[in-house]
Design a binder for this molecule. Structure first.
Ligand SMILES: NC(=O)c1ccc[n+]([C@@H]2O[C@H](COP(=O)([O-])OP(=O)(O)OC[C@H]3O[C@@H](n4cnc5c(N)ncnc54)[C@H](OP(=O)(O)O)[C@@H]3O)[C@@H](O)[C@H]2O)c1
Length: 357
């Protein structure tokens, strides 16, 4: 089957708008250069980053015509300079530009973008759901968190806590800690509805943030009395993927070992990215950072960017069957507004992906 000249894609309009600004339209199929693959998209992962780019939350950030960084699809054309990939390969990965994957066809630059062959054991949707979450998880644990990737059999691995263990980053961070980094204890925080499958992902204990105990008290607030004596200063790392709840700040100095780290991938300003970041937000962020420093007295690390060294590790672990993704919904391109609404609400169980039809 030949490659058409025109394709269907989810278009952003002028960008900056609500999810309803996304619409399916026609656009030219991109052409490739020497280092490129043309990929027929089977699935595109929807990330918080896509919604922030669509909203153009930062000055100077312009939404591209087509969003989408995480992808899975079939190679339908190969540039003359590309080695290691052939027509018909199923590949997955992440684009380094802000978009391109919410389309029937997209270009992967093998020299710049993240790309790997998909193992047969993974569905297209799962493969498209992995890159952003897994790369951010790796960067939080290893690059910014300082955990070591074990070279041999696991010994007594680290004790870690994941806040937001049911989200894109959180559920991949949970699995990675347990199956790839050999954590001896993984505690996750998430909602009651997600607790059962988060346990299946490798959490030894789940703290449910939206449940109440028999006296009507919030379970999450009772952690102080029920768990702190047992867990006192015993954790090697807390990975915060939520970033908006001061309750967890208290846990920092009570649960973490004195020399250990609190790592966050969530920039805690502008309503989690729901609007443009202004000067007031930057002051709020500075205040938040100061508060963390005072309350925590532990090293506080922001995952500013994902570590490229994470990609070979992530693909190795995927090939070994150690990482997967919990798919909440696989939606057609025509439901891109709903996909963005779900992701922006911040309670997706694992991952939402878009498929061309
Ligand atoms: N720095 C980077 O390179 C980078 C990369 C990727 C993402 N990020 C950022 O990291 C953050 C997380 O991204 P994501 O894609 O994982 O988001 P997500 O999929 O929306 O996950 C957020 C999770 O937070 C949980 N949650 C919400 N309120 C909570 C609370 N009060 N206590 C505990 N958990 C709570 C939700 O759990 P329930 O559904 O169970 O309620 C949800 O699973 C976002 O701010 C994103 O922009 C940064």
């Amino acid at each position: 089957m030949g490659i058409p000249k025109v394709q269907r894609a989810v278009l952003t309009g002028k960008g900056g708008g609500p999810p309803s600004a996304l619409s399916v339209g026609e656009t030219a199929v991109p052409t490739i250069k020497d280092n490129d693959l043309l990929v027929k998209v089977a699935a595109a992962g929807v990330n918080q980053a896509d919604t922030k780019v669509r909203k153009q939350v930062m000055p100077g950030l312009v939404a591209p015509q087509i969003l989408g960084k995480d992808y899975c699809g079939t190679v339908v054309a190969v540039g003359t300079g590309v080695q290691g990939y052939s027509l018909g390969d199923t590949v997955y990965g992440q684009l380094q530009a802000h978009g391109g994957a919410y389309a029937e066809y997209m270009v992967v630059d093998v020299a710049k973008d993240y790309v790997a062959k998909k193992p047969d054991s993974l569905s297209d949707a799962v493969a498209a759901g992995i890159p952003m979450g897994a790369l951010t998880a790796y960067s939080g644990w290893v690059t910014y968190g300082g955990l070591k990737v074990p070279e041999g059999p696991f010994e007594q691995g680290p004790r870690v806590l994941v806040i937001g263990a049911s989200g894109t980053v959180g559920h991949l961070a949970t699995q990675m800690a347990k199956t790839c980094l050999g954590a001896s204890l993984v505690v996750g925080v998430c909602s009651a509805k997600n607790a059962p499958w988060v346990k299946d992902m490798g959490c030894d204990e789940v703290i449910v943030y939206d449940a109440t105990d028999e006296k009507g008290g919030k379970v999450v607030e009772a952690v102080g009395t029920t768990k702190w004596p047992e867990w006192k200063e015993s954790f090697d790392l807390i990975y915060d993927t939520v970033g908006r709840d001061d309750l967890y700040l208290l846990w920092s100095h009570r649960l973490l070992k004195p020399s250990s780290r609190w790592v966050t991938c969530a920039f805690p300003v502008a309503e989690g990215g729901a609007r443009r970041i202004g000067v007031t937000d930057l002051f709020a962020f500075a205040w938040f950072m100061g508060q963390k420093a005072i309350a925590g007295a532990r090293k506080w690390q922001m995952v500013w960017e994902v570590d490229p060294k994470g990609w070979p590790m992530v693909t190795k672990w995927v090939d070994e069957g150690k990482l997967t993704v919990h798919i909440q919904e696989s939606l057609p391109f025509s439901e891109a507004p709903r996909a963005h609404t779900l992701v922006e609400e911040g309670h997706v169980a694992g991952k939402v992906v878009l498929v061309p039809s």
